[in-house]
Design a protein. Structure first.
Length: 119
């Protein structure tokens, strides 16, 4: 079992930056693939970014490429999402997620943190 707790959400103006963090516990963190997803009001949850245990393979949604950066610190059991050049359409609840490498679907989820970007 894995417990995930996000922090760092808030209100920011368009063009600004926010950094989200996720603290993991309950299982060997370094073995997990970590990801960030988001869900805007009235929309389905969508993939944002993913990072493998070594940090060597990063995946991003096209909508955030070049603006968001995912990173992890296996010593501290944390994964972060640095969000720059934020746009109003980035407004959503952001979720930290985890999965084992052998499984495609993310099966551990945090409670979410709200990010609101004003125009």
């Amino acid at each position: 079992q894995v417990q995930l707790v996000e922090s760092g959400g808030g209100l920011v103006q368009a063009g600004g930056s926010l950094r989200l963090s996720c603290a993991a516990s309950g299982r060997t963190f370094s073995s997990l693939v970590m990801g960030w997803f988001r869900q805007a009001p009235g929309k389905e949850r969508e993939f944002v970014a993913e990072i493998r245990w070594s940090g060597s393979r990063l995946l991003y949604a096209d909508s955030v490429k070049g603006r968001f950066t995912i990173s992890r610190d296996n010593a501290k059991n944390t994964v972060s999402l640095q969000m720059n050049s934020l746009k109003p359409e980035d407004t959503a609840v952001y979720y930290c997620a985890a999965r084992t490498p052998a499984i495609i679907n993310f099966d551990y989820w945090g409670q979410g943190t709200q990010v609101t970007v004003s125009s």
